[in-house]
Design a protein around this ligand. Structure first.
Ligand SMILES: [Zn+2]
Length: 349
């Protein structure tokens, strides 16, 4: 039985874009005894290294720490707050939800998001964040300032005995958990590659840390872990990215193509090992794989995403089976990534 207590800690941490310090602390505490070294990029992304004396390729496994959320934008005289959204949150999803407001000093308050407008007409401007204050002075007395953050208040839980895990921040703490598990499980194996787990900041507001951390690290191969909304096998949208059918290898997204030789290598590893995977396209968005691979002379990169339900909401669900298949695929891929294999990825003539 896999222990998901670290995932629960990661999921419950308060960490919208630009406010990732709680997630960073959980990861650094867990990785410090495992990693050879931990460094940071200028924006606060974590770069944890394993097997520093390796002669093989430098490999980066990337996942973003930030979750969607809100910043306090305005404190009104009647004590209600206006919010600025961080990432793609639909106001129709945000309304009537409970959030956790965090002040600069770390104090946390419950907030409720509501609106007087009919739900189909909602914009972010129609939402009020209510912390129970009657006046602006009451809000300030609580220590809440403009620029403080809020996230959905849901605590991590398992959905009955379904094997589905639910939390506010599965996007992308599941990637952070996979990165940390990968480091832990490979810590005492004989790896050829110099492995780095890169936990990035500010993905939801423009894939910022994916660019800055990879520019600093300059790896030979990048594998990005993220999530996307699942489709149903019988829906008109086709049979790609079906929930529970395994991790998805992203052939192309809006910004980047998966590096074709790397895509084929990972597919072959999955086939050899009998790990179920899917091939996928992200027509509407991108991941850290775009900016992370278009640095320097260009880096072979691939995004592997997990199908989820209710993405960017208070209750995002992921299948344990998909998560464990993804971990197995990563372990095998990283173990097989040696100098010869990497040279094959870059043999253009
Ligand atoms: Zn994500």
């Amino acid at each position: 039985m896999t222990d998901f207590s670290l995932l629960a800690r990661l999921n419950n941490a308060h960490g919208p874009s630009g406010r990732e310090s709680e997630v960073r602390k959980v990861l650094c505490d867990v990785l410090a005894p495992i990693a050879d070294e931990i460094t940071f990029d200028g924006l606060g992304s974590v770069i944890a290294r394993l097997n520093r004396h390796a002669t093989g390729p430098k490999v980066a496994v990337v996942a973003h720490m930030d979750e969607v959320g809100f910043l306090i934008r305005e404190i009104r005289s009647d004590g209600l707050l206006k919010v600025f959204k961080l990432g793609g949150i639909d106001p129709m999803v945000a309304v009537n939800s409970e959030v956790e407001v965090k002040t600069r000093s770390g104090k946390k308050y419950t907030g409720l998001i509501w609106s007087n407008k009919p739900i189909p007409e909602l914009t972010m401007d129609d939402l009020w964040l209510d912390v129970g204050a009657d006046t602006r002075e009451d809000v300030l007395a609580m220590g809440i300032e403009i620029g403080d953050s809020a996230v959905f208040a849901t605590r991590h839980f398992a959905l009955n005995d379904s094997g589905n895990l639910v939390a506010k921040a599965i996007d992308d703490r599941i990637g952070c958990w996979l990165g940390a598990e990968l480091m832990r499980t490979l810590a005492h194996s004989s790896l050829q590659c110099d492995l780095h787990f890169v936990a990035t900041v500010q993905e939801e507001v423009g894939t910022k840390g994916g660019k800055t951390a990879i520019e600093q690290l300059k790896p030979d191969v990048v594998i990005v872990l993220d999530v996307a909304t699942a489709k149903h096998a019988d829906a008109q949208s086709g049979t790609q990215r079906v929930y529970g059918n395994g991790p998805c290898l992203v052939v192309a997204d809006k910004i980047a193509l998966g590096h074709y030789p790397l895509l084929n290598f990972v597919s072959d590893v999955a086939k050899e090992q009998g790990i179920q995977v899917q091939r996928d396209f992200l027509a509407g968005g991108g991941t850290d794989n775009g900016p992370a691979t278009m640095v320097g002379h260009g880096i072979a990169g691939l995004a592997i995403i997990l199908p989820v339900r209710n993405c960017h909401s208070a209750y995002t669900q992921v299948s344990q089976n998909d998560v464990l298949n993804c971990l197995a695929l990563l372990q095998q891929t990283i173990t097989q990534l040696d100098e010869t294999q990497t040279a094959r990825l870059y043999s253009y003539y």
